[in-house]
Each structure stands twice: as C-alpha cells, then as structure tokens.
Design a protein around this ligand. Structure first.
Ligand SMILES: Nc1ncnc2c1ncn2[C@@H]1O[C@H](COP(=O)(O)OP(=O)(O)OP(=O)(O)O)[C@@H](O)[C@H]1O
Ligand SMILES: [Mg+2]
Length: 289
C-alpha cells in the first residue's frame, strides 16, 4: 500500500511556497520508491517567527531533519520552548516553515492525512460524548448507522460505555481525554499528532490513559507523533524518542526503545533497562537547556 503512496507536500522550500500558502496540502503524486515505509520526512526544517523589534526574529526550529516510518510510535521530548509544538503544527500543516522541506505521505486518500490531539481538551463542550466521537465522521459524510456503529466501537475501546449521553462538563479530565482520543481515532487518520495529551491529569489517570493508548495502538498501529515532558511516558509508549535541544530547537539525539509489545505502563517501570534509558535521556536533556 505505502509503496504506491504519494506525498502530500505539506510544505516545501521557502523559494517555492510562500509563508501565506505553505499550509495548503497538495498532492504531488511522488513515488515512494526510495523509502517505501517513510511516512514523515523533515529535511533541514527551519522556523523563524518575526520578533516585535526589528531584526529580533525568534528561531523556533533550526535545521531539523528526520524520517519516520509508517506504523511507528515516536515521541518528542525537550525543554520548554525548544519548538516541539511548532514542529508538530508544521507537520499538521497548521504552520508554515521558513526554509527546508517537510513531507507527509498520504497512502489512502479516503482517510484523513492527520488528526491532532491537544493538551487542552479538544472536544466540544456543547456535544455529548457520542456526538463528539461522531463529529469527524459526520464531517466526512458518514451516515447515521455507520456513525453509531463506529462510536459504539470507540466508546467500548476507551472505556466510556454508559457515558455516551454525558456532556464534557460532567466528565473527569481523564474521561475527556478518552473522548478526545476516541474522536481522533474514529476517522482513522493515517497520522495521529498528540501534543502533551495527558499532561493535565493526575499520575494515576495518566498511567491508565497510557495503558489504554498502548492497547489501542497495538490494535491500530497508526503512525503517532507524541509530545511529552515525561521521559517515563515517552519510554512507555514509543518505538523511538527524538530528543530536542533548546535555543535554537534542534534534534540532538534519537533513541530506539527496545521494549517488546504488548507493554504495561506499570510493569515496564520495573525493568532495569527502563531506569538506564531514563538516565541516558535525562543526561541528554540536562545538557540541552
Ligand atoms: N506564534 C508565535 N509567534 C512568535 N513566537 C512563537 C510563536 N509560537 C511559538 N513561538 C516561539 O517559538 C519557540 C518555540 O515554541 P513552542 O511552543 O514550539 O515550544 P515548545 O517546545 O512546544 O514548548 P512547551 O514545552 O513549553 O510547550 C518559543 O520561543 C516561542 O516563544
Ligand atoms: Mg508545546
């Protein structure tokens, strides 16, 4: 499937795409013959935000290059302000880049190219849990029966059976994030972009959400890019961790996570290698400030 995928050239070099239209996705029809499983390719991406004073541009990202394979879970960790959200927004097509190139493959045009889950709740407060989960499907034109079938499936997957008619204001933070996760996955995006989705919940809820995501990911194998400040969370969930350094934001290391799946968020923490990797990443990060 992916061997015939085309890249949706989300953004190209600044020479060919101006900042104002750089977020428009465009099918390039380019073959992936040289990188059959590549899903996201960043080449020397630079993002400068204009400063309020003349010549005081903020270089949010400087020379970021990486290639992510389809069906992998990648986390990005790095100090506050190093450009993680900016990078994710560029990948999502919500932000332009200044120079460099960012390409996202789109293998199945009947599926959304990506969906983003934010730290703050990305569900509509005026809709019930079920209506939220079905929202994207409705936008895509799915009929009532198909929507109901899909939302039933996701309500069960995220453990919200019995709460389908509840409004977000009556849910706990963890339940809201479960709704958000179900809503994002219901449309079967090829790429799921998550920006600190579990940062606002307590530790116990966070571990439960990590286990829920691990289980769902084992079943879906959607390509995920996940931003977190928690090294433990990145180690628990990921196949790979990209470590970013600050000022300017760059990728300073890339670590493969060897833990077999299925994984359990608690059990993993008893693995001596978990502690070793934590120290290794922490040492990198402490020199990255
Ligand atoms: N719209 C914007 N206009 C100007 N500067 C911006 C804008 N968005 C981000 N920046 C700047 O770009 C840099 C990177 O910001 P970004 O939000 O990507 O960091 P981050 O790594 O996600 O931080 P955190 O971990 O705190 O969420 C910061 O210096 C920030 O002030
Ligand atoms: Mg951020």
């Amino acid at each position: 499937m992916s061997a015939n995928a085309s890249f949706a050239g989300s953004v190209s070099t600044a020479d060919t795409v101006s900042a104002s239209n750089a977020t428009a996705f465009k099918q390039t029809g380019e073959s992936l013959a040289t990188s059959s499983e590549a899903h996201v390719i960043a080449s020397d991406v630079v993002k400068r935000f204009p400063g309020s004073i003349k010549n005081s541009d903020v270089v949010a990202i400087d020379g970021v290059s990486f290639q992510l394979s389809r069906r992998t879970f990648t986390s990005i960790v790095g100090p506050s302000g190093c450009g993680k959200t900016t990078l994710l927004r560029i990948i999502a097509g919500l932000e332009s880049l200044t120079t460099g190139e960012l390409r996202v493959a789109h293998a199945d045009v009947s599926r959304p190219i990506n969906t983003m889950v934010f730290q703050e709740q990305s569900i509509f407060p005026w809709m019930t849990v079920r209506q939220n989960i079905e929202y994207g499907l409705q936008v895509l034109g799915h009929g009532r029966t198909a929507r109901k079938q899909e939302s039933d499936f996701w309500l069960s997957k995220v453990g919200l059976i019995g709460f389908e008619n509840s409004y977000p204001a009556t849910l706990s933070g963890g339940m809201k994030q479960r709704t958000s996760l179900a809503r994002s996955l219901a449309t079967k995006p090829e790429l799921l972009l998550m920006d600190e989705p579990f940062a606002a919940v307590d530790e116990q809820t966070r571990l439960t959400l990590q286990n829920a995501l691990l289980k769902i990911w084992d079943e879906t194998r959607t390509t995920v890019i996940f931003i977190t400040h928690s090294i433990e969370e990145a180690l628990t969930l990921s196949d790979e961790i990209l470590i970013m350094g600050a000022r300017p934001g760059r990728i300073i290391d890339r670590i493969s996570i060897p833990f077999e799946r299925p994984r359990d968020a608690i059990e993993l923490r008893t693995n001596p290698l978990f502690g070793e990797l934590m120290m290794r990443i922490w040492n990198k990060l402490s020199h990255a400030l």
